[in-house]
Design a protein around this ligand. Structure first.
Ligand code: G3H
Length: 253
């Protein structure tokens, strides 16, 4: 704690909390764009925070991405009954970055339980209507909707669109509507307004209102604008980020 104060991270955290109207900001030193160990530190900070707040049995919904994968790498037993569920269906991403893989890994490390959601993402309208009525999927969905903790990443809009092999006409829309961030399959502009939404089953933005904690984990200087954008649309409970992203947000956004 002393080192953190000396290095100014505590001051930076207070500044961001005030600026973004976020209940709690936790900042780790460094830039996860440049050093992979910083992303691992983000993961460790997220697990330390979970340890602090979880006092009773809990369902935790988790998104995909490399940042969430580093949270899974840092997971330890939390000494309560934890159920991990993916926040949304699998995306066309590398398997190690998919929410299904991440929740299975978290549950193993935590000695908890998990449910998977084996559905394509994005979904066609017809498949969507059929799939939500499938009993096993409906059951998992009810766990997801009742999760009391949501743990998620944020991506830069165009980087995420490319990573998820998004159709050209959607990429054009994202560009013309000036999308800068993506989370939960929603794309936002710099004011935090929704400019596009992927049809997906799982957590929808309005579901976040009824959870105890929404924990956002995202770092790296390159994500500063994306973080600032997402934080504008919802006053999140907790942001776990790194020094490089935090400094850039304070200076630019
Ligand atoms: O929705 C956001 C992305 O899943 C973030 O992915 O952690 O690999 O940057 P990332």
């Amino acid at each position: 704690a002393f080192i953190r104060e000396l290095s100014g991270l505590t001051t930076l955290e207070a500044k961001l909390e005030q600026m973004m109207d976020v209940e709690k900001v936790i900042i780790v030193a460094g830039d996860s764009d440049k050093e992979t160990f910083v992303k691992q530190e983000l993961g460790r900070a997220a697990v330390a925070f979970l340890k602090e707040i979880i006092k009773k049995d809990v369902t935790i919904a988790v998104t995909g991405g490399t940042t969430m994968a580093s949270v899974a790498n840092a997971m330890v037993p939390l000494n309560v009954k934890c159920l991990f569920v993916p926040a949304r269906g699998g995306v066309g991403e590398k398997v190690e970055n998919q929410a299904n893989t991440i929740v299975a890994k978290m549950a193993k490390a935590e000695k908890g339980d998990y449910r998977l959601l084996h559905v394509p993402d994005p979904l066609s309208e017809t498949l969507y209507q059929t799939i939500i009525n499938e009993p096993s999927i409906a059951e998992t969905l009810s766990y997801i909707k009742n999760a009391s903790i949501v743990l998620h990443g944020i991506g830069e809009a165009l980087a995420m669109a490319e990573r998820r092999k998004t159709d050209d006409h959607i990429v054009e829309k994202l560009t013309s509507e000036k999308a800068v961030s993506e989370a939960f399959g929603y794309y936002f502009n710099r004011e935090g307004e929704i400019v596009h939404k992927v049809r997906t089953i799982g957590i929808q933005l309005e579901d976040l209102a009824s959870t105890d904690y929404v924990i956002t984990v995202a770092g790296g200087k390159s994500k500063a604008q994306a973080i600032a954008s997402f934080m504008k649309q919802r006053k999140n409970d907790v942001l776990i980020t790194d020094e490089a992203a935090a400094t850039e947000i304070v200076n630019q956004y």
